[in-house]
Design a protein around this ligand. Structure first.
Ligand code: COI
Length: 378
């Protein structure tokens, strides 16, 4: 932190004068936007490389109506979290270099320049420090960082943008599926009123619906890239599933229409005895950083982990199912519905999912020894 402090901007110095905590109800955090104080912004003109970024007040940005991101979806996003250590001694990021590398890989696919790993990680650290009062108290959630890389220069014909913006904003978050605010909004959108129990799932198991005739990705497409254009196309299926009381949609592959791919916001794992299986990424599935970490943790704890094609038929035999993602962390799946058949799974304290959840969140919060050197302290 000291080297960052010596190079900090006025904005960061402002941040140091704030109270330790922002004045919000930390218990009520879900996964809705809570605007924070500062965002990091830098631009790159015509292949010159990104200039040194700055921390600006969080707020709207100005874009040309013909910006590449608005017209042709030339954009990527990332997601990572900063946790406050239990003993209050510091803040921890979880594998930020992995996000930087994934952004570089995606940028290559989307014909965009990308920040170096060093610039990315430094920008994340600066954003966290400038918004430190928004990092929830230990056990109440995390500060979610949302790095964006977008074609911000004007285009008319289909072509890469002449200018790019790399931006990071932050929001304190709690449980992804609690999401009270978003859920009410969706229900209003649908003009429906559903039982109150559906508003507040908290850490309860989630319920998945396998989409019929809707696919998230195709071979040769961008399913393995965290591009903004992969997300809006699943909204319709997601809203329909939610209107029927499901939490999320689970997608099958678009060729055989038999193999599990991922849910709209997270990867999926099946558990049978001591064996944990997850669909191999193979170009159509996002290589989640939580997915990769859970695979390593599970192997370290003696589970056998298989990355392979996982058929929808295997849902019948699984003991447990869980989803992973940065936002979601490890979410137990209570049921999956496929062609009007509902498969139910073991959830609760004595499950593999709970075990893995405790270990990964323990590492992220500095409560469990970080043998792999994944956390970065700031
Ligand atoms: C994340 O888990 O960080 C994501 O980017 C998924 C998003 C749909 C919330």
């Amino acid at each position: 932190a000291s080297s960052l402090q010596s190079t900090c901007t006025t904005a960061q110095q402002d941040a140091y004068s704030y109270e330790e905590y922002a004045d919000i109800k930390w218990e009520e955090l879900g996964f809705g936007l809570v605007p924070t104080d500062f965002m990091y912004v830098t631009k790159c003109f015509r292949g010159e490389g990104f200039v040194r970024g700055e921390l600006n007040r969080y707020g709207n940005i100005e874009l040309s109506p013909s910006a590449g991101i608005l017209n042709y979806g030339q954009g990527l996003f990332e997601g990572l979290k900063a946790y406050r250590k239990e003993d209050g001694s510091g803040l921890l990021l979880f594998r930020p270099q992995e996000n930087a590398l994934r952004m570089q890989m995606g940028a290559e696919r989307m014909c965009m320049p990308s920040p170096s790993v060093e610039q990315f990680v430094s920008a994340v650290k600066q954003t966290v420090l400038a918004n430190k009062r928004w990092v929830p108290p230990p056990g109440k959630g995390a500060l979610y960082l949302r790095p964006l890389l977008m074609g911000s220069g004007p285009v008319l014909g289909l072509a890469p943008s002449p200018e790019y913006t790399f931006l990071i904003y932050a929001s304190p978050v709690g449980n992804y599926f609690k999401c009270t605010y978003g859920r009410r909004e969706w229900l209003l959108h649908l003009g429906r009123i559903l039982p109150a129990s559906l508003y507040t799932e908290g850490v309860d198991p989630i319920h998945l619906l396998i989409g019929d005739g809707v696919h998230r990705a195709t071979p040769g497409g961008t399913g393995d890239v965290k591009t903004v254009v992969n997300y809006a196309p699943v909204l319709k299926a997601q809203l329909q599933a939610k209107s029927k009381g499901f939490t999320e949609v689970l997608f099958l592959d678009s060729v055989n229409k038999r193999n599990l791919e991922e849910a709209s916001s997270c990867n999926i794992f099946l558990v049978k005895g001591n064996v944990i299986s997850t669909p191999a990424t193979q170009g159509t599935i996002l290589a989640g950083i939580t997915r990769k970490s859970i695979i390593e943790i599970a192997r370290d704890y003696g589970y056998e982990v298989e990355e392979r094609i996982v058929s929808v038929d295997e849902l019948i035999d699984a003991d447990e199912v869980f989803c992973t993602g940065t936002a979601v962390v490890v979410a137990p799946v209570g049921s999956i519905t496929y062609q009007h058949q509902r498969f139910e799974y073991k959830t609760g304290d004595q499950t593999v999912a709970q075990h893995l959840y405790r270990v990964i969140t323990g590492i992220q919060m500095g409560l469990v020894e970080d043998k792999m050197g994944w956390t970065v302290e700031i």
